[in-house]
Design a protein around this ligand. Structure first.
Ligand code: DC
Length: 209
């Protein structure tokens, strides 16, 4: 079984995906980390993010064994990832790995922007997680401050709005809910509430198959 979770930056889809996967004994892939890792390779080699060929090369040769590196999760890397993720050859290079991951047994949870629409269009469960930009900025700000980053709420909100704009309006695999996705607005839900609501949707689907 594949559970596809899409949604905008800082919507809580990563936390939710991990929790669902742990609960169900499924594998979990935060696909944003792939794009962050590609951006990190470029930045590490002093290559500008506007170099599409270098970005595609980095994606083709990506070493996926270091996706848990803490520096990938910072705010600056998210912004850089958003830039290179708009390049079609980068997306193409990362597709096979994501699809392979989706075939893991007994099941896989993938979260990102285009999982239900492009990567796993046949996923049995598709969730689209949203929350207002202000609520997402509040959560992300809290998370980054806890990790010791020196950032303001206003900076995060601006960053989130800019990323939404870029992720939604790009020509290739834009952020959008699949036609058959169930939208979960978590603005007024905490992590537990979001998990319970998502699990109810998954259980309903599993009882039918
Ligand atoms: O989910 P995240 O914040 O870690 O994602 C970072 C960027 O990567 C995001 O702004 C857009 C891009 N991304 C994407 O284009 N497709 C995905 N499936 C996941 C992330």
């Amino acid at each position: 079984m594949i559970i596809a979770i899409d949604g905008p930056a800082a919507s809580g889809k990563g936390t939710l995906g991990k929790r669902l996967a742990d609960h169900l004994g499924f594998a979990h892939l935060d696909t944003g980390l792939l794009y962050r890792a590609v951006a990190s390779v470029l930045l590490g080699q002093g290559i500008p993010l506007t170099d599409r060929d270098a970005a595609a090369d980095a994606a083709r040769n990506l070493d996926v064994s270091h996706l848990d590196a803490p520096d990938l999760r910072g705010a600056a890397m998210g912004e850089s990832a958003s830039v290179i993720s708009a390049y079609q050859p980068v997306r193409d290079a990362l597709l096979a790995f994501q699809r392979q991951f989706g075939s893991l047994e007994p099941g896989a949870v993938l979260d990102g922007r285009d999982i239900g629409t492009v990567v796993c269009p046949d996923a049995e469960v598709k969730l689209f997680i949203t929350a207002t930009p202000e609520e997402r900025a509040r959560r992300r700000h809290l998370e980054l401050v806890r990790r010791g980053e020196d950032v303001t709420y206003e900076t995060i909100l601006t960053d989130i709005r800019r990323r939404d704009e870029r992720d939604i309006n790009r020509a290739t695999a834009p952020l959008k809910a699949a036609a058959d996705a169930i939208t979960l607005d978590t603005t007024n839900l905490d992590a537990d509430g979001a998990f319970q609501a998502a699990l109810a949707i998954v259980d309903r689907k599993r009882s039918k198959t």
